[in-house]
Design a protein. Structure first.
Length: 250
């Protein structure tokens, strides 16, 4: 059974959407707050990433480098091997600026394009018909987690790169983009005051699940998808409790 089939077999809570409205504290929450204020004053949240350029030298360099990542990590060695595999001198690794940081950055940009394309394919084929926003949030989150499987054992190295102070803004942007895309394509496009809190909360769930996956040794990462379900359900209980308290006050 595929990971997505396993995940989709788990019942969706009727309060899942409200679960993810809980605000995440810290840097991510503040970043998403600023993003909400700056981007919702005139229009709903942005939809999809910029158009990909699959024939660009940077894209070619990324694709040539990725086969070396599992052995050599998110490193200059992988970049140099990618350059030589294209017939370039090893110094051509500079096609991807900023070394390891640039490699991770370009990878996440490319995966964002791939993720959106997967969602659009499901929409075009009718696979999303009849699904609620809650169902689609769960499905898309599991899809995005599943995309990490080929590189998950080396992903702690990438997380270390992204945790550098100079890369904090880049790291938060990519995490925010993942949550934004999931909510947007699930059908949540209203620019209300819950916009940033839902995305910050989902980003926290996604980040925790991705980290769990780096240590998961279960077949087909089944424990990772169970962990994701628990985190979403736990968030749902928090959201439901908050609403109940609010109703009692009213």
């Amino acid at each position: 059974m595929s990971a997505l089939r396993l995940f989709s077999s788990i019942p969706s809570s009727t309060v899942a959407r409200h679960a993810l409205t809980r605000c995440s504290r810290g840097a991510l929450g503040r970043a998403m707050t600023r993003r909400y204020v700056s981007e919702t004053s005139s229009s709903p949240p942005p939809a999809s990433p910029e158009t990909a350029k699959p024939s660009s030298p940077v894209h070619d360099m990324l694709k040539a480098t990725l086969p070396f990542v599992n052995e050599h990590g998110w490193s200059m060695d992988s970049l140099m091997l990618g350059a030589t595999s294209l017939g370039y001198p090893s110094v051509a690794h500079g096609l991807i600026a900023d070394g390891e940081s640039g490699l991770v950055d370009e990878f996440l940009k490319d995966y964002r394009h791939q993720f959106v394309a997967l969602i659009e394919d499901k929409h075009a084929s009718g696979q999303l018909e009849g699904l609620s926003i809650d169902d689609k949030v769960r499905m898309f989150t599991a899809m995005r987690i599943e995309m990490m499987q080929p590189f998950i054992k080396q992903w702690p190295d990438a997380l270390a790169v992204m945790s550098r102070p100079s890369n904090l803004a880049m790291s938060l942007k990519h995490l925010g983009d993942i949550a934004d895309d999931i909510w947007y394509y699930a059908g949540d496009r209203s620019p209300d005051m819950n916009w940033y809190s839902k995305r910050a909360s989902l980003a926290a769930v996604y980040s925790a699940t991705e980290l769990y996956m780096t240590q998961d040794v279960s077949p087909n990462y089944t424990e990772t998808y169970r962990f994701l379900t628990r985190r979403l359900d736990q968030a749902a209980l928090v959201g439901a409790s908050a609403r109940q308290r609010g109703n009692r006050v009213l």
